[in-house]
Design a binder for this molecule. Structure first.
Ligand code: AMP
Length: 360
């Protein structure tokens, strides 16, 4: 991938028109770029703040060729982009980042965990499972409790089933649809952390301070960042993120979800080859947020500063929690980020707020 900077006035394409695409588009337009969104739904949250939206499926060959032709660089707001789509875009001459290796690695939990351990970023013990017999053998090896997850297409805790006793094996396998799966040993973590980092094509890396995350029902509720963490933990997170970025020859922003164990060990839960919900705090805690950082990396600009100037509590507003907006708009210490979604379906991410807790 070329390392020369694309000048303002160039065009950036984004596959996906949700809130991540919207905030990427806003950051790109602030730097003088035009943005084209590809999303199957007309009037998507990102499409409404961009120069143009191509309304088509993510695997529509003509739409992909058109996106590639009209853009100088193309990126993604989600990781489950079909591999053939990435190849078609790359063939159009536009810079495409992150690349096919990062996407294919993050799309399959067994490939991902194998890569992570090889790269020096340790995970829980795991086993690949295709049949009930595989699952029984994996339970013997890993012990219980253990968490069964589909290899592909899982997000926000979906496609997962806990196995707590040997009798759960068959129900758990049926619960995830009998699909190719991974069995993971239970991580006995004291808290969940994440690190957002970026890499340019020339190998330069920038890493944000750690965030501490809490989930409910598999969905992120809050991130507090910078997390209280020892210098050793920060340094280890930096080392892990760098190993992953270099191992994937990565270009762009990545989210790395971590488990912290009682003895301070960090294990990687998963990686997201894109801007990440646990990095939204950077919008109000840092001079250069994760969205601008991603655009900078993709278009070959210098990476921005990652130091925090404020401590932030980021809270997601799900479904009808969006109705709290008038009180939140009146609060002196919060910044509202609304996604412009018309329908507040239960559990749908509608907005987030960043509350300034104090200096970093
Ligand atoms: P994931 O979809 O892999 O991010 O998992 C969603 C949530 O399930 C994580 O944020 C953890 O709270 C929990 N979880 C995932 N994997 C494990 C594991 N191996 N051990 C314990 N908890 C886990």
């Amino acid at each position: 991938m070329p390392t020369s900077p694309l000048p303002p006035g160039s065009t950036l394409g984004i596959l996906g028109g949700g809130q991540l695409g919207r905030m990427l588009s806003q950051a790109a337009s602030r730097l003088g770029f035009d943005v084209v969104i590809l999303d199957p739904e007309a009037g998507s949250p990102a499409g409404r703040v961009s120069a143009r939206q191509i309304v088509a499926a993510y695997d529509d060959p003509e739409a992909l060729s058109e996106l590639g032709r009209s853009c100088d660089a193309v990126t993604f707001e989600f990781e489950n982009v079909p591999a053939a789509s990435v190849e078609r875009l790359a063939g159009s001459g536009a810079r495409v980042a992150p690349g096919p290796l990062a996407l294919s690695t993050a799309q399959d939990r067994v490939v991902e965990k194998t890569f992570l351990n090889d790269a020096g970023a340790p995970t829980v013990a795991f086993a690949s499972v295709d049949t009930v017999e595989d699952l029984k053998a994996a339970v013997q090896t890993l012990g219980l409790p253990a968490l069964l997850k589909t290899r592909r297409d899982g997000y926000d805790g979906k496609g997962q089933a806990w196995i707590r006793s040997p009798e759960d094996v068959e129900t758990a396998f049926a619960a995830i649809g009998g699909r190719p799966a991974i069995l993971e040993a239970a991580a006995d973590f004291v808290r969940e952390l994440s690190v957002i980092a970026a890499r340019r094509a020339d190998g330069e890396i920038a890493v944000y301070p750690l965030g501490e995350n809490s989930h409910a029902g598999g969905v992120l509720r809050t991130t507090i960042a910078p997390a209280t963490a020892s210098a050793g933990t920060q340094a280890r997170a930096h080392e892990i993120a760098s190993a992953i970025l270099n191992g994937l020859d990565y270009v762009g922003v990545i989210g790395v979800e971590l488990f912290e164990l009682a003895d301070g060990t960090l294990l990687v839960n998963e990686i997201a080859p894109r801007v990440h919900n646990t990095g939204h705090w950077t919008q109000d805690g840092c001079v250069c947020d994760q969205f601008e950082q991603h655009v900078r990396a993709v278009v070959g600009w210098p990476l921005g500063p990652t130091a925090a100037h404020a401590r932030i509590e980021m809270t997601n507003l799900l479904g009808d929690e969006i109705e709290q907006w008038p009180a939140l708009a009146a609060a002196p210490d919060v910044r509202l980020h609304l996604y412009g979604k018309a329908e507040a379906r239960a559990g749908r991410k509608m907005a987030h707020v960043n509350r300034v807790m104090g200096p970093a």
